[in-house]
Ligand binder design. Structure first.
Ligand code: KG4
Ligand code: ZN
Length: 337
């Protein structure tokens, strides 16, 4: 019998619902973004995010069912992002999922947001193990090794800012609106030169990352130029910053892929939408002879389809949540195997 999972995602600033068939096929995928409401504050305001989720949740849920042309009694289970994320935002999705599951007598599955980002790839082509995932988003920068479905080993992570956070902060320095990643990416591609910024490799054998020093270097550069009464060239700063981020992310991912002899490398999370990063990883893994994949843009940034894809594997493994589920803002990425 076919499996249809209704998935909900509200961990940050997108209210999303999707229906996924057998873990790999998108039947519907609805995302309502609040970016415009947060732009004037230069970042996501948690209280505003929660209010938007309340307003949008039912509409988005109904739309996901409508686009799929499905009734609740045709569904197999309800999945929702349990964490990590903004607690007030998470709770809106979790309460909607609990109510829906209770009313329709469906099993409930609490999913990890990062597992979702990684499983977005399973909607495009089958995941093959051992697999290395570079997870780069507004809140995360991690290298995750997967030896089978549902098994996660975080072999490296950021010691300070996430890559996306660094992008957003540097964008602010350059007077670009939130979220800054796409703007820096565009400016970097328009540049003819790059301001030289440091590469932070940390200890020789470490797979950890650090981006706060690079961010400070950009801020210092701007201050020094201001003091000298000189104008900075935003394109050159953007390229200098992006080159540094891309070189370190790519370098560490290649080294880890070699060490763990993985069969597949994937990129996940909002920053994997970055053109510079995609190109560098594609080139590097072509040379390595290791298949590299990154999902289409729509599945890189927050969405519920990815949550449904991860939840399917959890469902198959027998994982079930309870109606006492709570938002877990600091939820760890643990194996469900
Ligand atoms: O995964 P995501 O949608 O939300 C989180 O779970 O954090 O990631 C959002 C982050 C933001 O920091 C945004 O600036 C960044 O992804 N981003 C990009 C690009 N598109 C989005 N960063 C660099 N280049 C891009 N093209
Ligand atoms: Zn995300």
């Amino acid at each position: 019998m076919d499996n249809y999972i209704l998935a909900i995602e509200t961990s940050c600033d997108e209210t999303a619902a999707a229906i996924i068939k057998n873990g790999t096929e998108i039947i519907s995928n609805v995302v309502s973004s609040q970016i415009d409401s947060h732009k004037r504050f230069g970042g996501v305001v948690p209280e505003i995010a929660s209010r938007h989720h309340v307003e949008q949740m039912t509409i988005v849920l109904e739309e996901a069912l409508k686009q799929a042309n499905m009734e609740p009694n045709e569904l197999t289970a309800v999945a929702v992002t349990e964490g990590p994320g903004l607690v007030g935002a998470l709770l809106i999705g979790i309460n909607a999922a609990k109510a829906f599951a209770f009313v329709h007598g469906l099993p409930l599955i609490g999913t990890h947001h990062i597992a979702g980002h990684i499983y977005a790839n399973n909607l495009v082509q089958p995941m093959e193990f051992p697999l290395l995932a570079l997870v780069v988003s507004g809140g995360h920068t991690e290298l995750v090794l997967m030896r089978e479905h549902g098994s996660f080993e975080v072999i490296g992570e950021t010691r300070d800012d996430a890559a996306g956070e660094a992008y957003d902060k540097v964008a602010r320095v350059l007077n670009m609106p939130y979220p800054g990643g796409p703007h820096i990416d565009r400016l970097a591609h328009e540049a003819t030169e790059a301001v030289p910024f440091p590469r932070v490799w940390l200890e020789e054998d470490s797979y950890d990352f650090s981006f706060s020093g690079l961010k400070s270097a950009v801020i210092n550069y701007k201050h020094n130029m201001d003091q000298r009464g000189e104008e900075i060239i935003a394109e050159h700063v953007a390229k200098g910053f992006q080159d540094s981020v891309v070189e370190v992310l790519t370098g560490k991912t290649v080294r880890a892929a070699r060490e763990y002899q993985v069969k597949q490398v994937i990129a996940a999370g909002g920053v994997s939408a970055n053109k510079g990063l995609r190109t560098a990883l594609e080139l590097a893994f072509k040379e390595e002879g290791i298949p590299f994949y990154v999902p289409p843009l729509k599945l890189c940034t927050d969405n519920a389809a990815m949550i449904g894809a991860a939840a399917y594997e959890m469902f198959e493994a027998g994982v079930r949540g309870n109606l006492d589920m709570n938002g877990r803002p600091g939820m760890e990425l643990l194996s469900w195997k």
